[in-house]
Write a protein that binds this ligand. Structure first.
Ligand code: HEC
Ligand code: HEC
Ligand code: HEC
Ligand code: HEC
Ligand code: HEC
Length: 260
């Protein structure tokens, strides 16, 4: 997956570079052409030297390349990792570490995101969930001052959102969990993240790339919350998992699945 994303960025960069070069070459050739065909050297009866044909062709070609490059860039750029904020972290009121709490302490996702199996949203944990431990541990840490203040003032901590879909898209966590899609298929290696970073572009094409053929992405129910999980030779085949989870009865690429 990572290689795929990198390739997009590469292509976008190459296309942008090609269009800049093309435009530059065009400008240069234009000037050459003007000076070559200017009156001083022009033989009688011929305004342009024969070479001008070549230059004119090249100029047209590079103009075409510049337009194509510009269009390619216009298409790819908004879909790239940079614009979609993939791999970026955001400022949070408390620098909460999934690496520490999930990989280090072994806390299950559902302890904090308790709606993920039953709800549309996964839900972010209320302050008292943190306080089940932090009323005992690290009670004076400056880093946790906003958590204590939130409890004292009875005001929830306002976490910034890393993953977000536009309102016109319908998404539902519980069905994905129930049908064998693990957290890391969409959120990446959460247990290795000191700060939460977005793991996928979350474009429509990205959703569809799985909806067209979900089988290879499904996993045994016991591994849903294991964000380090990889397919092994022992993993049931994609076909077996599709059958087990009863996936495949519906056309998952139909517009009304996600736009209702
Ligand atoms: C101890 C509580 C806790 C546990 C356990 C926990 N999380 Fe979180 N999670 C949080 C908090 C707090 C935030 C909001 C701050 C942030 O984005 O880092 C969050 C944010 C997230 C986000 C980003 C949501 C968004 O769009 O802004 C994802 C995705 C996520 N968690 C997935 C997981 C997964 C997967 C697991 C299990 C492997 C897990 N979390 C375990 C507390 C927890
Ligand atoms: C099929 C992809 C997918 C899977 C699987 C998935 N998520 Fe999400 N998650 C999303 C999307 C998309 C959003 C943003 C939803 C929105 O903006 O409406 C999101 C948002 C979140 C949020 C932010 C708060 C919220 O409720 O919207 C948390 C926390 C979260 N996911 C945790 C998890 C955990 C934990 C798991 C595994 C049990 C998981 N997700 C599995 C795609 C997924
Ligand atoms: C199950 C117990 C438990 C829960 C629940 C818990 N923490 Fe922690 N947290 C710890 C422990 C233990 C440490 C100290 C880890 C260490 O330093 O080895 C810690 C450390 C921290 C730190 C210090 C930085 C770091 O990662 O070492 C922050 C900040 C923090 N927790 C925030 C939170 C927030 C916010 C929540 C609620 C969303 C939360 N914790 C929920 C046990 C917990
Ligand atoms: C890794 C694979 C995967 C990804 C990525 C994925 N989905 Fe799904 N999605 C599934 C599977 C599997 C189902 C269940 C299909 C079934 O029940 O037949 C499903 C079902 C759904 C449903 C049907 C819910 C219902 O109750 O009818 C919606 C809506 C949906 N996905 C939206 C999205 C959106 C939006 C995204 C992108 C943000 C997305 N999905 C990304 C695998 C995925
Ligand atoms: C699996 C879920 C899914 C399905 C199926 C789906 N879409 Fe989308 N669609 C999305 C998501 C997610 C976005 C938001 C992408 C973003 O954030 O830019 C989106 C965005 C859009 C947009 C806004 C413009 C854009 O490209 O960003 C249009 C228009 C659209 N979809 C039309 C359709 C049509 C028509 C179909 C049926 C052929 C369809 N969608 C099927 C998930 C889906």
């Amino acid at each position: 997956m990572a290689a795929g994303r990198k390739r997009w960025v590469w292509v976008a960069d190459a296309v942008a570079a090609a269009s800049v070069l093309g435009a530059g070459a065009w400008a240069l050739l234009g000037r050459r052409l003007a000076s070559e065909s200017g009156p001083p050297e022009a033989p009688r009866g011929a305004i342009f030297k024969p070479r001008a044909n070549l230059f004119a062709t090249l100029a047209l070609l590079s103009m075409g390349a510049a337009v194509a490059g510009g269009l390619g860039w216009w298409w790819l750029w908004p879909r790239g990792d940079y614009v979609r904020r993939v791999g970026f972290t955001i400022d949070q009121p408390v620098p909460f570490s999934h690496q520490h709490h999930v990989a280090g302490l072994g806390i299950d996702c559902r302890f904090c995101h308790n709606a993920v199996e039953v709800g549309t949203n996964a839900a972010l944990p209320p302050t008292y969930t943190c306080m089940t431990c932090h009323s005992q541990i690290w009670t004076n840490a400056d880093l946790l001052a906003p958590v204590r203040r939130s409890l004292a003032e009875d005001k929830p901590i306002v976490w910034g959102r890393v993953t977000n879909l536009p309102d016109y898209v319908y998404f539902n966590h519980s069905i994905h969990i129930a049908k064998g899609v693990g957290c890391s298929s969409c959120h990446g290696a959460v247990a290795e993240m000191p700060l939460m970073a977005k793991a996928a572009t979350m474009t429509m094409e990205w959703c569809l790339s799985c909806h067209r053929n979900p089988g290879p992405q499904l996993r045994p129910a016991s591994e849903i919350y294991n964000t380090e999980w990889q397919r092994t030779p022992d993993t049931p085949s994609p076909e077996a998992l599709l059958t087990q989870y009863h996936v495949g009865g519906r056309n998952l690429t139909e517009c009304s699945i996600c736009h209702r």
